[in-house]
Write a protein that binds this ligand. Structure first.
Ligand code: COA
Ligand code: ZN
Length: 188
């Protein structure tokens, strides 16, 4: 058993892996088959569904459900009350079951703003920044700043979180980037 913290109001089902240093706060439910990395933090009222994989150093703020089909890379940030989905055309009368779920992959370091919605079947690229209240309906390139409904790319974000100027050099941390195949990559 790894050393992690679970508040007594939370439920952890059988067959769950939780990495060392991870903290699970009030009223959470982690369902069977979930694999959670090290040093993560889950705020109040977070649900992690069956078989969901979460990397290391991930922060999930209050009131977030990670449905089956969602995968979070290392250092992903999920803002309060952001919403994932796993069925593009849901019907109560005709449930699709596991086979009908579409995947959503959030890559390393990406942040999802408060109350944003991610429509399933898309990939959110490394270090992308999704603004508060955005509705993501497309794949998101690495480092893209996505805003609005539907979300459109309105700029680029540095790994440190600062929004980048046109020259793609961060005024805060000094990292430099270049465009390659419509995505940003660090220019080392
Ligand atoms: C996107 C964001 C980083 C921009 O911050 P900023 O650089 O200070 O932006 P500004 O407030 O100067 O706004 C710039 C423009 O973008 C618009 N804008 C800002 N945030 C927006 C959002 N989430 N959705 C749509 N438009 C937005 C502003 O209305 C403004 O438009 P205008 O130029 O037509 O007037 C910020 O607004 C945001 O959404 N951050 C996420 C916060 C969050 O959810 N945190 C979760 C943990 S607490
Ligand atoms: Zn930076």
């Amino acid at each position: 058993m790894s050393e992690h913290f679970v508040h007594p109001t939370s439920f952890i089902d059988d067959d769950v892996e939780i990495g060392e240093g991870t903290k699970i706060w009030h009223f959470c439910h982690i369902q069977s088959g979930a694999k959670i990395g090290k040093r993560c933090s889950f705020g109040q009222n977070v649900n992690v569904s069956n078989n969901v994989k979460v990397g290391d150093g991930v922060k999930v703020q209050n009131n977030v459900s990670l449905y089956e089909g969602v995968e979070l890379g290392d250092y992903v940030f999920c803002g309060p009350s952001c919403v994932f989905t796993n069925d593009l055309t849901p019907r109560a009368k005709y449930p699709k079951g596991h086979a009908g779920y579409k995947k959503t992959v959030v890559e390393e370091g990406a942040s999802i703003g408060a109350n944003a919605t991610v429509v399933c079947g898309h990939r959110i690229g490394r270090w992308a920044l999704i603004g508060a209240g955005a509705v993501v309906t497309t794949d998101v390139p690495a480092h893209a700043l996505m805003l609005g409904v539907p979300a459109r790319r309105r700029g680029w974000a540095c790994e440190c979180g600062e929004l980048l100027p046109e020259e793609l050099a961060c005024s805060k941390c000094g990292r430099k980037y270049k465009l390659r195949d419509d995505e940003l990559e660090e220019d080392i």
